[in-house]
Design a protein around this ligand. Structure first.
Ligand SMILES: CC(C)(COP(=O)(O)OP(=O)(O)OC[C@H]1O[C@@H](n2cnc3c(N)ncnc32)[C@H](O)[C@@H]1OP(=O)(O)O)[C@@H](O)C(=O)NCCC(=O)NCCS
Length: 232
């Protein structure tokens, strides 16, 4: 089963006081990682991402935090150091932080639907994706752009290569309301699920085929810290 945990950050949680509280639940390596983040908002996303990941993996496996060794390196995909058959991935955008957990490689991406310069499509999308995008009416074009983008990111994050593999090296094809990855053998081995979180945010999850549908659970930061140990 693929389990997706969705956390919505609240305005009051951006305060320095609340962030100091949250930092107590991160080990030393996590505290150092957060220090480097540029602004208050990305600091909170990173702390919340790591806490959500620890909570999600613990809930998924029914194990206490002390038995799970999440490793967040400077570069590359975070992973579980002491468990080979469980995988997770996190994504954040605006007020949303999401984490997917599975017994197979997994990638997740959440993005806010916003106005984007369509020139980006020429750089990152394949010719048939650009045709599909241009066939959309103006109202739905940005939403479709973000749909394609989240699908691509979720795939690249599933295989763990981030943007080092060029985004137009595979093509997304619409298929009766769902999406297929085509154009290269590796991509064809992966499936995609997309979900609209609300009118503003879209999420895509990518996992090797065949995969089960995903289950979604909404959680709050307060639920999360109630279950995690303090490190101070
Ligand atoms: C790092 C990258 C994997 C994802 O970046 P992103 O979409 O900006 O950010 P997301 O919120 O979806 O994901 C970030 C998380 O992915 C994880 N991650 C980092 N490297 C990863 C990798 N190689 N594979 C999978 N996951 C990775 C980390 O947990 C990271 O969060 P953290 O640093 O707070 O711990 C990479 O694809 C990237 O650089 N993307 C740039 C995206 C871009 O240019 N977007 C423009 C939109 S128009």
């Amino acid at each position: 089963m693929i389990q997706v945990f969705v956390l919505q950050l609240e305005e009051t949680q951006y305060s320095f006081e609340f962030q100091d509280t949250l930092l107590q639940y991160l080990p030393e390596a996590g505290k150092l990682r957060v220090k480097d983040r540029l602004n208050n908002s990305s600091k909170l996303q990173t702390v919340a991402g790591e806490l959500l990941a620890r909570y999600s993996v613990g809930q998924y496996l029914g194990k206490p935090d002390q038995e799970i060794n999440l490793e967040f390196g400077e570069k590359g995909k975070p992973h579980i150091g002491n468990l080979e058959n469980t995988h997770f991935n996190i994504s954040h955008s605006g007020h949303y932080v999401v984490c997917a957990v599975a017994h197979a490689e997994i990638g997740i991406d959440v993005e806010r639907i916003r106005k984007v310069n369509l020139r980006i499509a020429e750089r990152f999308f394949s010719p048939s994706e650009i045709d599909d995008l241009m066939a959309c009416d103006e109202e739905t074009r940005m939403q479709y752009f973000i749909t394609l983008w989240t699908i691509k990111e979720s795939y690249l994050k599933a295989i763990g290569r981030g943007l080092t593999q060029h985004l137009n090296s595979f093509t997304i094809v619409r298929n009766n309301g769902s999406y297929l990855l085509t154009g290269n053998e590796e991509a064809e081995g992966y499936g995609i699920e997309t979900l609209r979180l609300n009118h503003e945010y879209l999420m895509a999850v990518c996992a090797p085929l065949p995969h089960s549908p995903f289950a979604i659970r909404h959680v709050t930061l307060i639920d999360i810290i109630k279950t995690l140990p303090k490190y101070t």
